[in-house]
Design a protein around this ligand. Structure first.
Ligand code: ADP
Ligand code: MG
Ligand code: MG
Length: 874
């Protein structure tokens, strides 16, 4: 039998989201549990993948199956496409496996043409409704299928409203809408050069293809990259009978959440509009009513709706985000999904559901998106400063957080200002999906229109960006890049602050304070710690970072980059003296000056880590990075070293490298200047001895990490110097101290010969920044220039420096472990590249059997949670 590509809603269920997409699977599930859902069918994600495989064509086999399902749908609904008695009108809706709100396209009222519109106008005795549907259809179809810009149609609507002297769409009469529909068709013809298609089946194919195409539109591509959604998944297409919310004052449409998506509080939250359709509620064109209002307007429907909400929450055991439409007092459910929520709400909802006995601790741990935690770890407004400040206005607290920055008015400006290193607040009348990259670049988003479920609000919550929406008091002048609020004018570049929890807007910069892990956050983290197998360490070079990381739950330092300690003015002088020395004796004198600083830093790190492991990496960068480049600095250095400017310039020239990344650095430095490694060893061992004396209960085991090893003999050479020096120190101090010498695996050759290296090394730590760079053969500092083009052409879907390349780099890691562990049963293995804090990379590290991941302090909680999820996933 040939493959099945179409499924009636009655044939699917919630478990089938891979082939039906989230929307389709849930429409089927709601149908199964007996909720009122307009019927239809889903064309599978596999059909989408096939469409792309076939060179962007729907093949005849799938076309035939779609025709069959249209027949079935006509039988089920008793309506027919293009019929003069009982015409079928449908929506054609995208729906991927993972929800991508607003990223892809939907078309409503499909099936209308000049005949059909008259049929429904007469039959219903409601010509206004009929023509409203038709003009909406032409508008959406032109935009989505034929890519005639929306704005042309909006201009025509605005013109019509101006002539009528009104601001509301609802004031337009049947005749007005009929005129508009005709103007739209003329607009279509002038732009496309053909008549607007009248055949419903032709319309349907056009729409289905458009949905498939929308999987590949730029904003969907950006969204997928940000949310780790693979391109290969494809989108499903849902063809569904229309429910009409625009039939008059007994009809309407809305969206609702079963719990508050901003705070997590258990109460129904939503918005609706009477006599409206589709996106009207979220588009911010009209300001919607609160869901509670429905109790007054349509009490029976409201009761029914509340019951459905309870049913759905119980069924899915999670907060639901729903779309509904009321067609002449009859309620229809159009969508349900596990609602997007802020990190704060996610934690509260997970804990509440556990307390309500709805889910287990493990399920609670699984339902939090680790990337989301980021927002909770970022600074919040200083409570005192906030109290003292007077808001200049108030909107809806649509996405919590504290944001402070300079005003910009367009998404493009937000991006370019961000690139220039500025912090910006994007202020817009309303946002649209095209604004997504600009929204990402902003610290916060402020909109004049739109409610809690507006595009800006939903997208900002998803990104964890602070957002205040619907501040109607703002008098906006987008064109001249300024607005007035509370009698004052704010221009581009002015500083404002936003409080995404209260919705308050401040006309100045408000200081922020660090966040802490308390309440529900700490409850979830304690569950995560219970179930994870991977240890989580941190990358920290300073005692301050180390302390912060410890507070956030770090169980050790996985990487301390010692070179960062040399840039302090006092130290850099001694370090430069060392570099410019003519002989070993002079170099040692200079190094002796650095030793106490380094030892002091290490002592503070051991103190901060309270006996947990601290892994110190020896000097890594090439020496020329430490020498001055400016004329006057060179002159000064010459003077202080009693050398000529010429001498210093010669030294600088002699250290010049064509490709410093692959030059004289890392363990290669020790081969030429062993005295540097000796000094660093002394500093580590002396610090460990001192701190151990102060804290006899801590069992400090110093870990010394040799960078950039590619050959076992090279490692052995470094190690011998460390061991000789360390043993002498320990003996001189008359103490008992165990220490370890290991290596970073960051050169492919080290991975390839890991069995040999493991015989000598006590541990491996994957330096995946360099390992990625060396494996791909491009530098992370330059890749930004062309990676954009690589995403566009789908050669890469994500940045290999942010998300571990499991296929290539991951294979080297796996190989290192498989070769290394049998060669040395005590070998412990970690990762300390940026990937150590990326959830999907953490999962990979769990799978291939690492002992720990190490990441920057603020990502420690993210890694803890990701590690627990990896362990629970199985
Ligand atoms: P998105 O994924 O962007 O939310 P949807 O496919 O859910 O897009 O649809 C966009 C809007 O159209 C939503 O408000 C939805 O409720 C509405 N809609 C979709 N299908 C129908 C239908 N059959 N009847 C009435 N409204 C519909
Ligand atoms: Mg929707
Ligand atoms: Mg490196």
């Amino acid at each position: 039998m040939s493959k099945k590509y179409c499924y009636l809603f009655t044939e699917g269920n919630a478990k089938m989201r891979e082939i039906l997409g989230g929307k389709g699977a849930n429409l089927a599930e709601m149908t199964n549990i007996g909720l009122p859902v307009p019927q239809g069918f889903t064309i599978s994600t596999e059909a989408c993948t096939k469409y792309y495989d076939d060179g962007k064509k729907i093949n005849p086999e799938i076309q035939a199956e779609i025709m069959q399902y249209i027949d079935k749908m006509e039988k089920i609904t008793g309506k027919k496409f293009g019929d003069h008695n009982n015409p079928l009108l449908v929506s054609v809706r995208s729906g991927a496996r993972a929800s991508m709100p607003g990223m892809m396209d939907t078309i409503l009222n499909l099936g209308l043409n000049e005949d059909v519109v008259n049929v429904i106008a007469n039959k219903s005795n409601n010509p206004r409704w009929a023509w409203d549907c038709y003009r909406r259809f032409i508008q959406m179809y032109s935009d989505v299928v034929m890519e005639v810009g929306k704005k042309y149609f909006e201009q025509l609507i605005d013109k019509m409203k101006e002539e009528k002297g009104t601001h509301e769409d609802t004031d337009l009469t049947a005749d007005d809408l009929k005129k508009l529909a005709n103007q739209f068709k003329a607009e279509y013809k002038s732009k496309i050069g053909k008549d607007f298609p009248a055949d419903p089946k032709e319309q349907l194919y056009g729409a289905i293809e458009a949905v498939f195409r929308s999987w590949d539109n730029p904003r969907a591509n950006v969204y997928r990259r940000d949310n780790d959604i693979p391109y290969s998944w494809g989108t499903a297409v849902n063809v569904q009978m229309m429910a009409f919310g625009n039939m008059g004052e007994t009809s309407g449409t809305g969206v609702a959440f079963t719990r508050d998506p901003a705070t997590g509080e258990k109460k129904l939250m939503g918005e609706f509009l009477m006599n409206a359709q589709g996106e009207d509620v979220v588009a911010g064109v009209r300001t919607p009513m609160k869901i509670e209002k429905m109790a007054e307007i349509m009490p029976d429907v409201f009761e029914q709706f509340k019951a459905i909400c309870a049913t759905l929450e119980n069924h899915y055991r999670d907060m639901q985000d729903m779309e509904f439409t009321i067609e002449d007092k009859k309620l229809y459910m159009l969508q349900t999904r596990n609602g997007k929520r802020t990190a704060k709400a996610a934690l509260k909802i997970a804990c509440d559901l556990v307390d309500e006995g709805m889910i287990t601790e493990q399920q609670a741990v699984m339902m939090i998106d680790p990337r989301n935690l980021d927002t909770l770890l970022h600074p919040q407004f200083d409570a005192k400063a906030l109290k003292a400040a007077n808001p200049i206005g108030k909107g809806l607290g649509a996405s919590p957080g504290a944001a402070c920055g300079q005003i910009v008015f367009t998404a493009e400006d937000a991006e370019s200002w961000k690139k220039a290193g500025k912090k910006v607040i994007l202020v817009r009348l309303e946002t649209s999906p095209e604004d997504i990259t600009g929204m990402k670049a902003a610290q916060g988003i402020l909109t004049v229109r739109g409610g809690m479920t507006s595009h800006a609000a939903v997208v900002a919550r998803g990104m964890g960006t602070c957002c205040v929406s619907g501040c109607q008091e703002i008098k906006m002048d987008e064109e001249n890049k300024k607005f007035t609020l509370s009698g004052k004018t704010y221009k581009e570049g002015d500083i404002i602050s936003l409080d995404g929890s209260t919705g308050n807007i401040y006309g100045s910069a408000i200081p922020t304070v660090d966040a802490a892990i308390v309440g529900e956050f700490s409850r979830i983290m304690s569950w995560a710690d219970k179930y994870r197998k991977l240890k989580v360490r941190t990358n920290a070079d300073t005692p301050r970072d180390a302390k912060k990381a410890r507070e956030l739950g770090a169980e050790g330092i996985g990487l301390c980059r010692t070179e960062h300690m040399f840039f302090d003015p006092e130290r850099i002088a001694a370090f430069r003296e060392m570099i410019c020395s003519d002989n070993v004796a002079d170099r040692e004198i200079a190094l002796d000056k650095i030793l106490p600083y380094q030892q002091g830093d290490f002592e503070k790190l051991y103190e901060a880590l309270e006996g947990c492991p601290v892994c110190i990496r020896f000097l890594d960068p090439p020496l020329h990075e430490f020498l001055p480049t400016e004329e006057h600095d060179i002159a000064e250095l010459a003077k202080s070293l009693h050398k000529t400017v010429e001498d210093i310039k010669n030294i600088i020239a002699s250290l010049h490298e064509f490709n410093p990344m692959m030059g004289h650095r890392g363990c290669r430095l020790t081969v030429t200047y062993p005295e540097i490694a000796r000094m660093q060893t002394r500093a580590v061992i002396r610090a460990a001895i001192n701190v151990s004396k102060k804290h006899p209960d801590w069992k400090i085991v110093p870990e010394i990490m040799i960078p950039l090893v590619g050959e076992v003999k090279e490692f052995k050479f470094n190690k011998d110097i460390v061991v000789e020096t360390a043993d002498a120190e320990i003996k001189a101090a008359g103490v008992d101290l165990h220490y370890e010498v290991g290596t970073m695996i960051e050169i492919p050759r080290a991975a390839l010969t890991a069995d040999e290296i493991a015989k000598e090394a006590d541990f491996f730590c994957f330096g995946t920044n360099d390992l990625t760079q060396m494996t791909f053969g491009f530098s992370r500092d330059d890749a930004g220039k062309f990676l954009g083009a690589y995403y566009d052409t789908k050669i890469y879907e994500s940045d290999p420096f942010a998300r571990l390349d499991q296929k290539g780099v991951g294979k080297l890691m796996k190989m290192s472990i498989e070769l290394g562990k049998p060669a040395n049963e005590h070998l412990h293995v970690g990762i300390c590249g940026e990937h150590g804090g990326d959830p999907s990379s953490v999962e990979f590290c769990h799978k291939i059997g690492l002992d720990y991941v190490s990441c920057s302090p603020f990502r420690v909680p993210i890694a803890r949670l990701a590690a627990a999820q990896a362990a629970l996933k199985k």
